[in-house]
Design a protein around this ligand. Structure first.
Ligand code: 5GP
Length: 168
């Protein structure tokens, strides 16, 4: 399974503040942070606090089924946010990683028609990503272990532990 980039919760705390600082220094003041669930929710929460933006939206996208194994194309799951909510808004899309970039492209294309401006912020961007995010904390081409998904889901104490596909 090759080398891994490991991010701890402590390093994530530093990363999200530094990412927010880059956005603030660039003069971008989003009206809405749009998170891509589930990994993007952590990033969006940290960025929204650090940028003093009180408006967070969420979109669910399904793509990865395991390490490097994907559906053919990412799909937005219901309920899809109402793009009318974003009319004339400056939107910041937040996600954990742009890998192929297909997930971010799907969400960005969804926003493009309606909004005043859309930019994207990620903790990690891989070289192959077809979307070049405006704000990136770190570049890597390794598989990333994120603190929220590196461990399997909990099971009730005494029951058999769950298997984490990402840890295989
Ligand atoms: P993309 O559409 O850019 O290929 O992938 C986006 C989503 O796939 C990410 O939000 C993340 O959930 C998952 N993903 C892609 N690459 C990685 C990785 O290296 N590590 C982990 N844990 N998830 C990844």
């Amino acid at each position: 399974s090759g080398m891994r980039e490991n991010l701890s919760y402590e390093q994530f705390g530093v990363a999200v503040r530094e990412l927010a600082q880059t956005i603030a220094d660039d003069g971008y003041r989003p009206d809405v942070v749009l998170s891509i669930a589930r990994g993007g929710v952590f990033v969006a929460g940290g960025l929204a606090y650090a940028l003093d933006c009180k408006n967070i939206h969420l979109v669910n996208v399904e793509f990865y089924t395991g390490v490097g194994t994907t559906l053919e194309m990412p799909v937005m799951l219901a309920p899809v946010p109402n793009a009318i909510d974003f009319t004339d808004k400056k939107v910041l899309i937040a996600d954990d990683v742009a890998d192929t970039g297909k997930t971010l492209k799907l969400v960005r294309d969804f926003c493009l028609d309606a909004v005043a401006e859309v930019r994207s912020a990620v903790i990690y961007e891989k070289a192959q990503s077809l979307v070049k995010c405006e704000y990136v904390w770190k570049r890597t081409d390794e598989w990333i272990n994120f603190p929220w998904s590196v461990q399997p889901p909990v099971t009730p104490s005494g029951e058999a532990p769950a298997v984490n596909r990402e840890a295989l």
